[in-house]
Write a protein that binds this ligand. Structure first.
Ligand SMILES: Cc1ncc(COP(=O)(O)O)c(C=O)c1O
Length: 179
């Protein structure tokens, strides 16, 4: 119950609104997951005191570079002259031309042969990992995360019955395979 009070305001708690909706698991996850957001807020607070150029925020992987002008120009062009059907559903894997472009970049970067058939577009890394875990995990399967890692990985694995096993790494960020 302490977890719930921590996350939601006391008034709702007293009214008994929240108690019936949250499972014990989600109530406990909410407090565990929130620390990364607290660190993010702390970064914001410190930036206000010391200046944005003095605080290096490694909390939630926010990009430090802005999208290129060309990208903004394209967005503007599409907003002004929308292509018919551009807000409709697409095939599950994503637009073929987008997947072909991603495959080309990956092939270039990795020297492996990627085709659009190897690519499925998802809503970000979290969405992609959830799809991957749903596809491959059986209940109780272990997922290895090399530490330091993004704390949400534990929740992603749990969503699909997996158990996150955190493995420490050395200065080179590689695990000690002998251990
Ligand atoms: C290391 C890492 N993995 C995954 C994610 C989730 O990514 P997305 O926002 O693309 O779902 C983040 C987001 O900050 C991240 O920093």
């Amino acid at each position: 119950m302490y977890n719930i009070v921590n996350v939601f305001n006391m008034e709702d708690y007293v009214k008994g609104v929240i108690i019936v909706v949250l499972s014990d698991k989600i109530a406990s996850f909410l407090t565990k997951g929130s620390f990364i957001r607290k660190m993010f807020e702390e970064g914001d607070r410190l930036r206000k005191i010391h200046g944005a150029d003095k605080v290096f925020d490694f909390t939630i992987g926010n990009p430090t570079v802005e999208p290129p002008q060309k990208f903004r120009d394209e967005l503007k062009k599409l907003a002004i002259n929308p292509e018919p059907g551009m807000h409709r559903y697409m095939s599950n894997a994503g637009y073929l031309e987008t997947r072909a472009a991603v495959a080309e970049v990956l092939a270039e970067q990795s020297s492996l042969s990627f085709s659009p058939n190897h690519i499925v577009m998802t809503v970000g890394a979290g969405g992609g990992l959830n799809v991957a875990f749903k596809t491959i995990l059986n209940p109780g399967d272990e997922v290895i995360a090399l530490s330091p890692y993004f704390v949400e990985y534990g929740f992603y694995a749990d969503n699909h019955g997996g158990i996150l096993k955190v493995v420490p790494t050395g200065k080179d960020f590689l695990p000690d395979l002998a251990a």
